[in-house]
Design a protein around this ligand. Structure first.
Ligand code: ATP
Length: 461
């Protein structure tokens, strides 16, 4: 995935250097992502996010929230509960229909999604697909519900059964009336929500791509039925542009429309924004036209009318356009897109070429020599303390400067400010650019304004 660049000191390696293994290993080595419950042997497809993972996720979440809520007039926020009245999931069709077809292999005892056998590996011969060897003995497919069950209250009796939400969207639909009344909005308007969702996936895996617990960002946009198709197109384009704005390469993104047999039970039309992950083109985000399915189902089941009444007295059930994605899949796409390896002055370096807006650390402040007597620590700390009031920056005085640069390259820090002996003479610092490796000198007191400005500048690779 490395981009060919041609500066004199840079020898370009392969154009396709990124693999899932390299992403997993960098994520772990640099503290983005750890396998969960590791000291107990882990738990399939659950991960814990370390410091830089949390910071990057925060950046993704806040870019999403800003673009959905802060920068618009027509979308409001909501944070609904994870565990809802189980009747919600009856009415929404999830108890009945949120299933994947499951097959067991009687020989290797593994389970597979019947509709994904092509992407699965036989338990005995991983080079083959399930069903391909004479020993494979697959059962007929049966429907497996992906919702995690739990129970509410002290007694785990039948009446106490509840579910961990498999999508945040239903929390939005059941609050439609509250929001309509209190937010003084009329269609077209949207409700945005970010929060954990849970799915007991049959074949989880591929690192952050398919998790059992993930953080969704969903927005339900309520529109007059006649305008639904137009808004569907609008949101597909808007979401694609948002990914370009995060710095993802346009050639690694595409839109794919679902065929009629692929759509979820609620969908009138769905288009996926796909990303070219190391596992091939796969869904990054789904943009669905859910029609009036959900509001009608809840109206019928709850007896509460979830509709819009116009001031002229006419009433209708709005259609819903839903862009839905998980932060985890975005983070994986960003890591893949940003990952690069190159040889600089005969030394290999790994670098994450993150857009500054998503980079977990915006700048590093590095005194060249960490001994107090050298006099560089004090101005470096002072600069750090000034910058950290405005941006996420990091101070590092441990180890030789080359190693410190490489560490910052691997977590994707766009700029490093180095305090050296020239600083002590003329009050200037060096700024090093992560991507071009160009260095220039700036007056110490101008660093804050320089960084503010750099973070606002348009970015490209
Ligand atoms: P897939 O076809 O990959 O199973 P889906 O069509 O079931 O996905 P949706 O129900 O449309 O997914 O969910 C909306 C979004 O939530 C997805 O586009 C994806 O970004 C995210 N998502 C869904 N399931 C998972 C998961 N198991 N792990 C991580 N993210 C997920």
């Amino acid at each position: 995935m490395a981009v060919k660049r041609d500066p004199d000191n840079v020898e370009v390696m392969s154009t396709d250097v990124v693999t899932m293994d390299k992403i997993v290993s960098l994520s772990r080595r640099r503290g983005f992502v750890f396998p969960s419950s590791e000291i107990y042997g882990g738990l399939g497809s659950t991960y814990d996010y370390g410091h830089y993972g949390v910071l990057t996720k925060n950046n993704i979440r806040s870019r999403w929230f800003d673009s959905m809520v802060q920068e618009r007039d027509d979308i409001v926020a909501l944070d609904s509960a994870v565990i809802l009245n189980p009747l919600v999931w009856q009415a929404s069709g999830h108890v009945e229909g949120f299933t994947d077809p499951l097959v067991d292999c009687r020989t290797c005892k593994l389970r597979f999604r019947a509709d994904r056998l092509e992407d699965s590996h036989c338990g005995r011969k991983p080079s083959k697909k399930p069903g391909e060897t004479p020993d494979c003995d697959l059962t007929e497919p049966r429907q497996f519900n992906l919702m995690f069950e739990t129970s509410v209250g002290a007694l785990a009796a039948e009446g106490s059964k509840a579910y961990l939400r498999p999508e945040t969207a239903q929390g939005i639909f059941i609050n439609f009336k509250n929001v309509l009344q209190l937010a003084r909005r009329r269609p077209p308007f949207g409700i945005a929500q970010v929060g954990e969702s849970f799915r007991n996936e049959i074949t989880p895996g591929n690192f952050l791509f398919r998790l059992r617990e993930f953080e969704q960002m969903e927005m339900e946009f309520f529109v007059p039925p006649d305008d639904a198709e137009q808004w569907h197109t609008y949101w597909i384009e808007a979401r694609l542009a948002w990914y370009h704005g995060l710095g993802l390469r346009e050639t690694n993104l595409r839109v794919r429309e679902h065929g009629p047999d692929e759509r979820s039970h609620y969908s009138l039309a769905t288009s996926d924004i796909e990303y070219l992950y190391p596992i091939g083109w796969s869904e990054l985000e789904g943009v669905a036209n859910r029609g009036d399915y959900d509001l009608r189902q809840h109206t019928e089941a709850s007896g509460t009318k979830l509709e819009y009444v116009d001031p002229d007295g006419s009433r209708y059930t709005p259609f819903v356009i839903e862009p839905a994605v998980s932060i985890d899949r975005i983070l994986l796409a960003l890591l893949v897109d940003a990952y690069d390896e190159e040889v600089v002055e005969e030394r290999e370096r790994t670098v994450l070429r993150f857009h500054p807006v998503v980079a977990p650390v915006k700048a590093a402040i590095l005194p060249l020599i960490s001994k107090e007597q050298a006099g560089m620590v004090e101005p470096a700390r002072k600069l750090y303390e000034e910058l950290r009031r405005h941006h996420l920056v990091e101070y590092d005085d441990a180890g030789n400067i080359g190693r410190r640069y490489r560490r910052q390259d691997e977590i994707g820090t766009p700029w490093a400010f180095t305090i050296d002996d020239v600083t002590l003479e003329d009050g200037t610092v060096t700024v090093r650019d992560r991507d071009s490796l160009a260095q220039e000198r700036l007056p110490l007191e101008g660093v804050r304004a320089w960084l503010d400005d750099a973070l606002e500048r348009p970015w490209s690779r």
